[in-house]
Design a protein around this ligand. Structure first.
Ligand SMILES: Nc1nc(=O)c2c([nH]1)NC[C@@H]1CN(c3ccc(C(=O)N[C@@H](CCC(=O)O)C(=O)O)cc3)C=[N+]21
Length: 274
């Protein structure tokens, strides 16, 4: 059946509103600075939904955009400006970056107190040593949904994504919940047969609706972190939702699933450090 995200989303939104209110009283800076390179569709849809959620809870958003051919030092200069501005409480840099840029040195420039998507090495280190204070928003969204779907203790989880914003941190977070975790990717063989043996499968490749009923088993749950666009420009996930919805325990939709909680959790991370 379809996983209904609205109770969880309402709860997260309610807590967030309260945090914004308290930050306002304490006159703490909580403006969000977004850095976007190029005009990738997934980045832009994330940006738009962040703006909408931010407006709903009274958070101001500033977006700095760069051409695809930007240099590292131009981006780092903008990050440094954000680090020094007391009004700015959080900095989000969209990933992945174009290949010519050294993502590590750019991510490292973000002040760890303003790094709300857990891109800086010190915040990532904390996640990998089970001492996390903030977590990447998409991974956290998937974790909260998973915990709402089941008790993860002892469960077999397959994650088809190996990035530092989803798969790797999510694996660490799920290990902390005592799940048994496997990470797969584009080179993994026989995914349909493999996937059937898991209690939970998290997909996040960004390939258009490639997961159908041949990948699933009856008591399984599926979390779809994929963002792709059809030729008509419609946003879809990795999962062919209509073909699996009646074959599994729970499956999340795109839109209206992981992504619709991600933007709230990203904003929430602004208040997590303090
Ligand atoms: N450092 C980094 N962290 C990310 O988490 C990250 C990123 N870079 N780069 C781009 C992708 C894409 N992404 C989305 C998240 C939410 C929606 C979203 O809010 N979608 C809504 C509605 C969108 C609509 O209907 O237009 C939904 O799924 O219901 C979209 C896309 C995060 N990403």
């Amino acid at each position: 059946m379809k996983y209904d995200i609205s109770p969880l989303r309402d709860k997260v939104k309610c807590v967030l509103k309260d945090k914004v209110e308290r930050a306002r009283e304490r006159q703490m800076g909580y403006k969000l600075l977004i850095l976007r390179v190029g005009d990738n569709k997934a980045d832009i849809s994330y940006e738009n939904s962040i703006k909408k959620s931010a407006e709903g809870v009274g958070i101001e958003v500033e977006v700095s955009t760069f051409a695809e051919l930007v240099t590292e030092s131009e981006i780092i200069a903008e990050i440094k400006r954000g680090n020094l501005d007391d009004k700015i409480g959080g900095i989000l840099l969209f990933h992945p970056l174009p290949k010519h840029l050294d993502a590590d040195s750019i991510d490292s420039a973000i002040d760890s107190d303003k790094d709300i998507d857990c891109l800086s090495p010190s915040n990532q280190w904390k996640v990998f040593t089970s001492n996390g204070s903030i977590y990447p928003a998409t991974a956290k969204s998937a974790l909260l949904i998973a915990k709402d779907m089941m008790d993860l203790k002892g469960k077999r989880v397959l994650i088809i994504n190996r990035s530092m914003v989803i798969g790797k941190p999510l694996a660490m977070m799920m290990l902390d919940e005592n799940a048994t975790v496997t990470i797969g990717h584009s080179k993994t063989e026989s995914i349909p047969e493999l996937a059937k043996g898991f209690d939970l499968v998290v997909y996040g490749t960004g390939q258009c609706q490639w997961v159908d009923e041949s990948f699933v088993s009856k008591d399984q749950c599926i979390i779809d972190c994929g963002i792709a666009f059809t030729e008509e420009g419609k946003m879809v996930g990795d999962v062919n939702f209509d073909r699996v919805v009646d074959e599994v325990n729970y499956v999340t939709s795109v839109p209206g699933g992981v992504g619709s909680l991600t933007n709230l959790l990203l904003l929430d991370n602004m208040f997590q450090h303090k």
